[in-house]
Each structure stands twice: as C-alpha cells, then as structure tokens.
Design a protein around this ligand. Structure first.
Ligand code: GMT
Length: 380
C-alpha cells in the first residue's frame, strides 16, 4: 500500500505513535509518506520506503494567524495526486481530520477517490475537541472520516459521550517496539544518579496541567521519608518552572533532577525502578507502556484508559486522581522490598508484551485494507 500519514511532528504521544507506525509499515514493505510541518522527531534516518513532505505556510501581513489547515489540505492534494496514495491516515483530529476531508473533496473533482482514517488520541477529544471553539468541525470531520480509531475503549466511550457520532469506531491500542524499548545495562549511569544505591523514580511527560506533575513531586516527598530515593523528571512544558520551585520549597531539590527533553528515554528508563503517572486524564498512557517495556512498574491514576494498561497489584497500582497519599503508600509498598520490586518489574514486562508492535501492526494493516476495499465498492 501507499499510505500518507499526517501528524504533529513533536515529542507528543500522537506524533510518536504516528511515526513509529509509519516506520513499522515501511519495514513491512509499504510506502509511507509523512505530511507535516517539520521532520517528525523520531524520523531521523534513511529508509527507501519512507518519504517526508513538508507543509510550508506562506505568511502574509494580512494574516494574524497563518492558515495551516488550508496549506495542509493543499499539500495533501498535491501528494496524493502525484504519489498516487491509496489511503490517508491522520493522527489527532484537530485540524488534521478536517484538512483531510477538504483534500478528499478536492481530489474527487480530479476523479481521485481516496479514503482517510482518523485516529483520535486523547486531548483532541477530552480537552480541546469538545470545546465549543472546535466541536462542530471536529464532529463533522470525524463523521466524514472513512475509518475512525481510538487508542482505548475509554477514549471511544468519551468520544461517543461528548460527540454525536454516526459511524463505527474501532479501538486499536498504542503499541511498543521492543527492539528499541527494553532493559539495557546502564550501571555507570545508575551509579551517577543514585551513588548510594537509592531507588530511582521517574516521570516523563510534556509537563502540561493534565499530567499533574505537582502530584509527582508531592508523592515523591512522602516516599523519600520512607525509602532513600531519587526522582528523574524528563521532558519539558509549562508546569516545569513551578515544579522546580516546589522542589526548592519542599527542601528536596538535591534528590530531584530535571533532565529536559531526551531522545534516548529508554536508557533512562533502564535505570529506573518506578514510573509515576498521576494524570488527570490519559487516553492510554504511552509513556507508561514505554516504562513497562523496560521493566519499570507503574504507579498511576485510574483515569481514562489507564486501567486498560496498568493492572492494579500486578505491574503497578492505581489510585484516584489527586490521591497523593495513596499513590505514595503504594509506591513505598513496591519499593521497600527487593523481592516485591523484582516481581513487579517482571510483571511490567509481561504486561507490556500484550502491546507488542508485532501484535498491533496487523490490526492497522487489516483496517486499512478493509477501508480501501469499502472505498472501491462505493466508487465502482
Ligand atoms: O499526553 C499528551 O499530552 C500528548 C498526547 C498527544 O496527543 O500527543 O498524548 C495522547 O496520545 C497518546 C498516544 O495515543 C496517549 O498514549 C496519551 O495517553 C494521550 N494523552 C492524553 O490523553 C492526555
């Protein structure tokens, strides 16, 4: 197949899923064209089946806001026509689904009938999409998609609850590539972070409010009182400065390292003992899955799709959003005892294997094939 993928090219979860999916499809012999405004973060190598088409937005003094959606739709028309794509797959509804719909209508005037699949990732539904600013466009473009997927049953339920959806939604979960995410021997690194063999706790995110990073720090302060430990905060975003200040105010700053954005997050996960994800809402929790693949158990909230990933008392624990006390106690229960910790680590890896790329990739391929087939029937 020739597949066009539209995504945000940043470190965010939807961009990571889109890029990893495109790479895996290319490895399987499909031709994959990424169409976005800059080179996706994890697409930093050559492959004969991978192509990147940059969407450039022409500025003009009249524009307070440059019209990215129009530029994207035009680029899609161009790439589909000249590369003869079979299907478009857009990740994150806003504005990708409506741009794809527009491109599809334009292409029909050339006698080209290309289907498009929209994958909903989370905040495009739970936060931004349901805001009245975008809701009518999001609802319309989801309903006009030829295929719709969500990354968890919980996100499917949220979509059906908040939008008037008239089409079938298929759940295809996030996945993990074990060739990249697996435990690596990094003892020198571990020694540098925890010279006295302290436990290492880790949080990775984009430091937005929805991640509740202040709960991570409040939790860590309580854990520190019982278990000698260090905290690694990986990523960057609007809450980071407040978090750093909070660590100073609580007098725990010497035990916390803010590492900023990291490319080789699997190396940092490899020295970690516990992953903390107290999110307000989380459609799946890809960062937690990446941790589990590196044998790191997860303490999370029970919001959104997290119960579909984390198994309470097996590969981690879950608590209600904001219940820092409970999360800290459960963390201590895992960290206090070497044998318990080791068992949770083994279980984390086993649970991650349920989301192996090798299991999930065929779901996307089968889905594309069925959508392309439907399109053929409709236009024959
Ligand atoms: O977590 C974020 O804020 C980034 C966001 C995105 O759209 O890039 O992630 C969402 O998509 C990921 C991949 O499907 C999911 O694993 C995350 O759970 C989801 N984030 C939220 O729902 C908050």
């Amino acid at each position: 197949m020739k597949i066009g993928i539209v995504c945000y090219p940043t470190f965010g979860g939807s961009g990571v899923v889109a890029t990893e999916l495109g790479k895996a499809l290319a490895d399987e012999g499909h031709q994959v064209h990424f169409i976005t405004y800059s080179q996706p973060a994890r697409l930093d190598f050559f492959s004969s089946n991978l192509f990147y088409h940059e969407v450039s937005v022409r500025d003009y003094p009249l524009f307070d806001y440059a019209p990215y959606e129009s530029a994207l739709a035009s680029k899609l028309v161009d790439v589909v026509r000249f590369e003869k794509l079979d299907i478009l797959h857009v990740h994150y509804a806003i504005p990708h689904a409506s741009a794809a719909y527009m491109a599809k209508q334009i292409l029909a005037t050339y006698g080209i009938h290309i289907p498009f699949v929209t994958t909903l990732h989370g905040t495009d539904i739970t936060l931004v999409g349901k805001d009245p600013t975008y809701k009518p466009v999001v609802t319309f473009s989801i309903n006009r998609s030829d295929g719709i997927t969500t990354v968890s049953q919980s996100l499917k339920d949220d979509t059906l609850k908040h939008f008037d959806i008239t089409r079938e939604i298929k759940v295809i979960p996030n996945f993990i590539d074990f060739q990249r995410f697996s435990l690596q021997p990094k003892d020198h690194f571990k020694k540098a972070i925890a010279p006295n063999n302290e436990r290492i706790l880790i949080h990775t995110s984009n430091f937005r409010k929805v991640k509740r990073t202040m709960d991570v720090i409040a939790m860590f302060q309580k854990i520190l009182q019982k278990v000698p430990s260090k905290l690694l905060m990986v990523g960057d975003g609007p809450e980071r400065a407040y978090d750093e200040q909070l660590c100073r105010d609580l007098g725990i700053v010497e035990h916390v390292r803010f590492l900023g954005k990291q490319d080789a997050v699997e190396e940092i996960l490899s020295v970690s003992d516990l992953f903390l994800m107290p999110s307000e809402s989380e459609s799946f929790g890809l960062a937690a899955l990446e941790a589990m693949a590196c044998k790191v158990p997860v303490i999370s909230s029970n919001s959104g799709g997290l119960p579909e990933l984390n198994i309470d008392g097996y590969c981690g624990y879950m608590s209600n959003v904001g219940d820092v006390e409970d999360m800290a106690n459960k963390s201590i229960a895992i960290l206090e005892n070497d044998d318990v910790l080791q068992q949770f680590k083994e279980n984390a890896l086993k649970r991650a294997q349920d989301f192996d790329l090798k299991r999930v990739l065929p779901m996307y391929i089968d889905y594309y094939e069925s959508i392309i087939e439907n399109q053929k029937v409709l236009t024959s």
